[in-house]
Write a protein that binds this ligand. Structure first.
Ligand SMILES: Cc1cc2nc3c(=O)[nH]c(=O)nc-3n(C[C@H](O)[C@H](O)[C@H](O)COP(=O)(O)O)c2cc1C
Length: 193
């Protein structure tokens, strides 16, 4: 690795990355992704969808991010947290990894029924959006997913992956989330440009 992790100068020093994690099995890789981003010097805020919290614990992500993980539009006392506006202004780049078919459909439709979608509507396109899809190859090649991806690309959303390889259900095909190292390289490239 050419960046901070290898002892070189960190390439994301002080850069503010908002990571949205959605409910796919590849969410188990996100603590590693957060570590790699932080090794490059980035500050990382994490938003988990309800689905994502089934696959990776907030505690694991909080520990590697060094700050609380956000999950809800309302605070613990049901007060409006207004975190979506603060986070949207804070983010220099929004990264969604893994991105489910469900997330892509909601993003393409402009829906905003959870914290991540709401932040996105407030943050993008002022902040670039990088998406790392992960799903079964049949979900990835489904005509509605193809249409959603095409629309998001047309709107300026950037994609990394998915890769071809072994999938969770012992199948092989396209749909595997890119490895954290490849995603970090894409973040570096986007923030440098
Ligand atoms: C075991 C299991 C694994 C799943 N893996 C994926 C996946 O890799 N990609 C995907 O798009 N959906 C996957 N799903 C379906 C999503 O969890 C489901 O669509 C959920 O509503 C996504 O919500 P979110 O996008 O708001 O996190 C999986 C579901 C289960 C039960």
């Amino acid at each position: 690795m050419s960046g901070g992790a290898a002892g070189g100068s960190p390439r994301l020093a002080g850069r503010r990355v908002l990571l949205g994690v959605t409910g796919g099995i590849a969410a188990y890789k996100t603590p590693t992704l957060v570590r790699r981003l932080r090794e490059e010097g980035a500050e990382v805020e994490v938003i988990l969808t309800r689905g994502a919290a089934e696959f990776v614990t907030p505690l694991a992500l909080e520990t590697v991010a060094g700050r609380p993980v956000r999950q809800a539009l309302l605070g613990p006392g049901r007060e409006p947290a207004l975190e979506h506006l603060r986070l949207a202004r804070w983010a220099e780049l929004v990264l969604v990894a893994p991105a489910t078919a469900h997330f892509l459909a909601k993003a393409a439709a402009g829906l905003a029924d959870d914290l991540l979608d709401t932040v996105l509507l407030a943050a993008f396109p002022a902040a670039p959006l990088l998406v790392a899809p992960a799903m079964n190859s049949r979900m990835w090649s489904h005509p509605i997913t193809r249409r959603n991806v095409a629309l998001l690309r047309e709107l300026g959303v950037r994609f990394v992956g998915p890769e071809t390889g072994r999938l969770a259900e012992e199948e092989s095909g396209v749909g595997r989330m890119s490895e954290p190292e490849r995603i970090v390289e894409e973040v570096v490239r986007l923030l440098a440009g």
